[in-house]
Ligand binder design. Structure first.
Ligand code: NDP
Length: 244
């Protein structure tokens, strides 16, 4: 069966690697054109991979935390692609410390990228979505639901994303716009590769399924939301049963 994503345009922030790349790749395999706001080096390999599925794929240098820059980039994406049908707010960072040693800038920068970044992208694409309908997915985290020592900034940003998701779902439903969140547990990417083997073993003990998830596990949940037009304001955990 052909996916409703075929021929549509999906914006995935931070899709140059990790979970974002897996999400954009699955969308491209289903025939969606892909736009990628990125901050680091130009994501050549990821863009070539997406184009390999026969779709249009472009990357745009864009710090999602910057309100003015995101406006310019969203306008440019709309000009280049004609419209945007779906937005996946995936870009995220960590700056883990216990509250006692967490500085103001550690807190501010994580909130700015993870939470305000999602607001910025939604804000600048909302007029387009109100005209044409659309699907928004925010990548939260199970720690936004359960908290985690050493991640006051990160867990607050991810909990904030769930509030943002539910509000956007309510505000834009009458315009045929859905907004949902995916809350991954531990997923095998650069973000978790920094953990020592001992830390990874300790984490696996908290996961009933007994292993760390893959970016594709998250991508499949995101695509469920992008393809299903009758689900909104929902949060799916993709965590191996870690938070039941
Ligand atoms: P990575 O660190 O592998 O990738 C993060 C991506 O975000 C990169 O592509 C990075 O771009 C991009 N990014 C970071 N800051 C900005 C910014 N200011 N503007 C635009 N893009 C930015 O992380 P993951 O793939 O592991 O995580 C993806 C999402 O999933 C994040 O929101 C994360 O919080 C969430 N998540 C991850 C979990 C995990 O276990 N891995 C668990 C729960 C949630 P660049 O490559 O250019 O640096």
């Amino acid at each position: 069966m052909e996916s409703i994503l075929k021929g549509k345009t999906v914006v995935v922030t931070g899709a140059g690697r990790g979970i974002g790349q897996a999400i954009a790749s699955l969308c491209a395999q289903k025939g969606a054109n892909i736009a990628v706001p990125f901050v680091g080096p130009y994501p050549t390999e990821a863009i070539e991979e997406f184009r390999g599925y026969g779709v249009k794929a472009e990357a745009y240098e864009c710090d999602v935390a910057d309100f003015a820059v995101t406006k310019t980039v969203c306008d440019k994406i709309l000009e280049d692609f004609g419209t945007v049908d779906s937005l996946v707010n995936n870009a995220g960072i960590t700056a883990d410390k216990l509250i006692l040693s967490m500085g103001e800038s550690d807190f501010d920068k994580v909130i700015a990228v993870n939470l305000k970044g999602a607001f910025n992208m939604i804000k600048h694409l909302t007029r387009n979505f109100m005209r044409n309908g659309g699907a928004i997915v925010n990548i939260s985290s199970v720690v936004g639901l359960m908290g985690n020592a050493g991640q006051a900034n990160y867990s607050a940003s991810k909990a904030g994303l769930i509030g943002l998701t539910k509000t956007v779902a309510r505000e834009l439903a009458s315009r045929n716009v859905t907004c949902n969140a995916v809350a991954p547990g531990f997923i095998d990417t650069a973000m978790t590769a920094a953990l020592t083997p001992a830390q990874q073993d300790a984490i696996k003990k908290q996961i009933p399924l007994g292993y760390i998830g893959k970016p594709d596990d998250v991508a499949r949940a995101v695509v469920f939301f992008l393809e299903n037009r009758y689900v909104s304001g929902e949060v799916i955990k993709v965590d191996g049963g870690m938070y039941i």
